[in-house]
Design a protein around this ligand. Structure first.
Ligand code: GAP
Length: 443
């Protein structure tokens, strides 16, 4: 039986630890709040999520190019972007239990919301979410630098570098995947809100008159991406920001939301950032970042449509959505129904017993899969039923079993994860079959 919604998160968290998807950071020292480490299956899953995103927004398109900017940037970047002055949350502390809360999440600003405490709260203070550090040997004001709170600014400051080097004309985009850091007051819900996380951002530069068209385009394209990679459509929705929610630079913003076990929450935001960032950086740097249109012989600041996603949040949503428990009693099984392109392991090779030439034949198939860059796993321990169950829980779409018949007629059994359907194929055709199935799943 599947776990009820409130328990689902704790079930997912323990499955993640047991199977090696995600561990608490620095666990042997008691853990570090809101930091998480991806284990062998988790790192494959997250990498596949990032690869799927990159393929869809960079590799398979003619109008988007990539960038990998540094995390530490000139401190003036954050003055120009508005982060130094405005990237803050209102904060209160409980004078009794010392817990810290976001003031905008509380109904009563007088009393600690923890029912066991009820202590008096401090005045509301602004708390800047950027992490500070020092560059070089001197730890003073002049050496202060910030860990970037979004990857976007690395794209804006490189706008003309990329445009000149790639000779693209608006509409075109620059995409980037990278770590961002925010000293969140209330991190939580596992990897949903953390202080160190990875973003997948596109800044798509358009002629100002085309902003509405491209805003709609990216809103629909990004929603579709999540359902193309297996998230149930009824668990996805678009939510337009209210006027008072909009960032000061945004003309419009829509969130792609997923129905997490803790409620509808943001997976990704698609914003119309107007020409705010290019103009700000032009003003603060003294370098004109306007685009020169060769046809009209005029300079203009493109508008920016920004689809901004979180790699960790997307990975969590794909994990939760894939989780399924089916059957009853001894037939019950837990299965992660990942889209094959996202599955950490594509195929498991299982010799039925450890004798009669089966391990040797299985080893050859395993080697062949690895040589063809198909991430696979070899398992010869425990009963075949137990081994299938392990692979179902890891989300492996295909199991290849080498049995007594295999050594006689050079065929093997393929078992499909979702349907549990089994069929025989020639051992020499396994790589081709898995490659074909993988290719089909990406369409
Ligand atoms: N450049 C725009 C920007 O950064 P955002 O809505 O603050 O916009 C974009 O962040 C995405 O980054 C979010 O939709 C979410 O997926 C991810 N994200 C933001 N803060 C996060 C956090 N503390 N932990 C995990 N992911 C986060």
């Amino acid at each position: 039986m599947a776990a009820a919604a409130p328990d689902l998160m704790s079930t997912i968290v323990s499955l993640c630890k047991r199977k090696g998807f995600i561990f608490q950071s620095s666990e042997i020292y008691g853990g570090l709040n809101s930091c998480w480490d991806y284990g062998p299956l988790g790192v494959e899953l997250k990498r596949n999520v990032k690869d799927a995103w990159w393929r869809s927004v960079v590799t398979n398109r003619r109008d988007v190019v990539g960038l990998d900017a540094s995390i530490l940037m000139h401190p003036k970047v954050w003055e120009a972007s508005g982060h130094l002055a405005g990237f803050s949350d209102p904060l209160v502390d409980c004078k009794k239990c010392k817990e810290r809360f976001r003031a905008d999440h509380l109904e009563n600003l007088e009393k600690c919301p923890n029912p066991k405490c009820g202590g008096e709260l401090t005045e509301v203070r602004k708390f800047n979410l950027m992490f500070k550090t020092f560059m070089g040997a001197v730890e003073d004001q002049t050496a202060t630098v910030y860990m970037r709170p979004e990857t976007a600014q690395g794209i804006f400051v490189n706008f003309l570098n990329v445009q000149h080097a790639s000779r693209l004309k608006p509409p075109f985009g620059i995409a980037q995947i990278g770590k961002s850091f925010r000293n969140e007051i209330t991190p939580g819900n596992f990897t949903f809100r953390t202080r160190e996380f990875e973003q997948m951002e596109i800044e798509f530069f358009v002629p100002p008159a085309e902003d509405a068209k491209w805003y709609e385009y990216w809103r629909d394209a990004r929603l579709k991406w999540y359902s193309d990679y297996g998230i149930k459509r009824e668990k996805l929705r678009l939510r337009d920001h209210e006027k008072d929610e909009l960032a000061h630079y945004a003309k419009g913003c829509v969130d792609v939301e997923y129905l997490f076990p803790f409620g509808w929450s943001e997976l990704e935001g698609v914003a119309n950032r107007t020409d705010y960032d290019l103009k700000q950086h032009s003003q603060f740097s003294g370098k004109n970042l306007a685009y020169f249109d060769e046809e009209t012989k005029q300079h203009y600041y493109p508008y920016v449509i920004e689809p901004s996603a979180g790699a960790d949040r997307a990975t969590l949503a794909f994990l939760i959505d894939a989780y399924d428990v089916e059957g009853e009693g001894k037939d019950e099984r837990t299965v992660l129904r990942f889209h094959p392109a996202l599955a950490p392991i594509k195929a498991a090779v299982l010799p039925l017993v450890k004798r009669d030439g089966m391990p040797e034949m299985a080893e050859n198939i395993y080697r062949d899969l690895l040589d063809n860059s198909i991430k696979s796993f070899y398992d010869h321990t425990a009963s075949i039923g137990r081994r299938y169950a392990r692979q179902d829980e890891a989300g492996t779409p295909f199991c290849i079993t080498v049995d007594g018949q295999s050594t006689e007629d050079q065929t093997v059994t393929v078992r499909e994860r979702d349907s549990r359907e089994q069929y025989r194929v020639a051992a020499g055709g396994v790589v081709e079959l898995i490659s074909k199935k993988m290719k089909e799943s990406m369409k």
